[in-house]
Design a binder for this molecule. Structure first.
Ligand SMILES: O=C(O)[C@H](O)COP(=O)(O)O
Ligand SMILES: [Mg+2]
Length: 437
């Protein structure tokens, strides 16, 4: 490929969306980029009547830049065109394409039709991933975004600083409400900041949401009367729209302080719809995000995905955590945390939620690499699996984070806090010997 700079058309306007893609193809890169721009705006597979120069001038998406990348080693998407006659191998590029806002207006679903709709099916592409989106101001006018964010959550919790520590009720499903009461009591008395339902726990017959709300809010009220502290509890209200709205109202009427929604399972529009009616912080769970993110040559990168979730109103957003139980590397997790913490359209403050396989031993490295305590760190197994029980699990997490932020080693802290030592013995400290430890 010759100098990509020469093809750059750096003109973007506030009435455009710029989408950045990883494009992999056996065709010339410019041809593949034009295929995306054409198919996703005015064009189709052939010239058609009435696609006039004037219409194209106004509505056609424009390829802004094609920056060739070194070979990725990614597998080809099934069904992609191999043009052997050209004798060329696969090429990869970072491609930026501008779409006129006039094509779809500041509407999340219709934006997605343009920047992500059919393009994953284009056979010209052996790899296609939406990496990022630059969105213009009209999106901010239409989507108010998070209501509480970091500061609002801290205010509700009366925790002006320090990391926020939480857990997921475990076992995720199967606990009858009476046992849930005991779990919640123990966690709240141990001084946890945040508890949430698992994404698997909606409103099943064995533990209907209405019963859980009644039991949990009553129990948290009793603990608050004794201790003066009331953890936030995120009830999973994920469901069809009418039920989700009713679930929200139920939680609010009972004095609940947070609702959880699985963003992908209801969709961005449903989240935005809820946000317009919601008076509580919305905890955004990322279940099913792997469909978008796991295959490197396909999908929607977390950087782009999280912008849409924040616009739609997520106050808290799961990012995974270091050394998680899933596939993501620490570098990918750190990029996600940075993405959630980066201002969007001048605001949209969302609290990153570090979850998945989190344990006390991860605190120093997490703090060293994020350099912030504006995090909600959730440990499910890492608290409920503590050898001395959930209360000791909370103590161990708190002690580990206190050590991390004060520069004390985990070993020194564990010598003072037996619960931390037990946790380290049980779950290990994967970064022992690194600078944060
Ligand atoms: O919903 C979640 O965030 C997960 O259930 C995390 O659970 P874990 O801490 O046991 O991995
Ligand atoms: Mg879960």
């Amino acid at each position: 490929m010759s100098d990509p700079e020469q093809r750059r058309v750096p003109v973007t306007t506030s009435s455009e969306v710029v989408a950045t893609y990883l494009v992999e193809t056996y065709l010339p890169l410019e041809q593949a980029a034009e295929a995306i721009a054409g198919e996703q705006s005015t064009g189709t597979f052939t010239a058609v009547a009435r696609e006039t120069p004037e219409l194209r001038e106004r509505f056609a998406a424009r390829v802004l830049s094609v920056e060739q990348l070194p070979p990725t080693g990614n597998a080809d998407l099934p069904g992609s065109t191999h043009d052997a006659s050209r004798g060329a191998g696969k090429r990869s590029a970072r491609v930026r394409i501008a779409f006129g806002l006039d094509n779809f207006g500041p509407s999340l679903p219709n934006l997605l039709a343009a920047v992500a709709g059919n393009l994953f099916e284009l056979r010209q592409l052996a790899g296609i991933r939406l990496l990022d989106l630059d969105l213009p101001a009209p999106f901010a006018e239409r989507y108010p975004g998070p209501q509480y964010g970091v500061r609002g959550t801290r205010e509700l919790l009366d925790r002006p600083d320090g990391v926020l520590l939480g857990t997921i009720v475990k076992p995720s499903i199967g606990l009858p409400p009476d046992e849930l009461r005991l779990v919640v009591r123990e966690l709240a008395e141990a001084g946890i900041d945040f508890i949430k339902d698992d994404e698997l726990m909606g409103s099943p017959p064995h533990s209907p949401l209405a019963e859980r709300v009644a039991v949990v809010t009553e129990e948290l009220g009793k603990v608050a009367a004794r201790t003066g502290r009331r953890p936030m509890y995120a009830f999973n209200i994920t469901d069809d729209l009418d039920r989700m709205a009713a679930n929200h109202d139920l939680v609010h009427a009972a004095g609940g302080t947070c609702v959880m929604v699985c963003v992908n399972l209801v969709g961005f529009s449903a989240l935005a719809w809820l946000r317009a009616r919601c008076v509580l912080p919305i905890h955004g769970h990322r279940a099913m995000t792997g469909v978008y993110t796991r295959a490197p040559q396909l999908g929607i990168d977390y950087v782009a995905w999280s912008k849409l979730a924040r616009l739609a109103g997520a106050d808290h957003l799961h990012t995974n955590g270091l050394s998680n139980k899933f596939y993501e590397t620490d570098e990918e997790v750190l990029r996600s945390i940075t993405a959630v913490r980066t201002p969007l359209l001048g605001g949209y403050e969302t609290l990153p939620v570090l979850s998945s396989g989190q344990t006390p031993g991860l605190a120093p490295e997490t703090y060293r690499r994020t350099n912030t305590t504006d995090l909600l760190v959730l440990a499910g197994g890492g608290i409920h699996g503590h050898p001395s029980g959930p209360s000791a699990g909370v103590t161990a997490m708190r002690a580990a984070w206190s050590a991390a932020t004060s520069g004390t080693t985990l070993d020194a802290a564990a010598a003072q806090v037996p619960a931390l030592q037990e946790a380290l013995d049980r779950f290990g400290s994967p970064y022992a010997g690194t600078p944060g430890e």
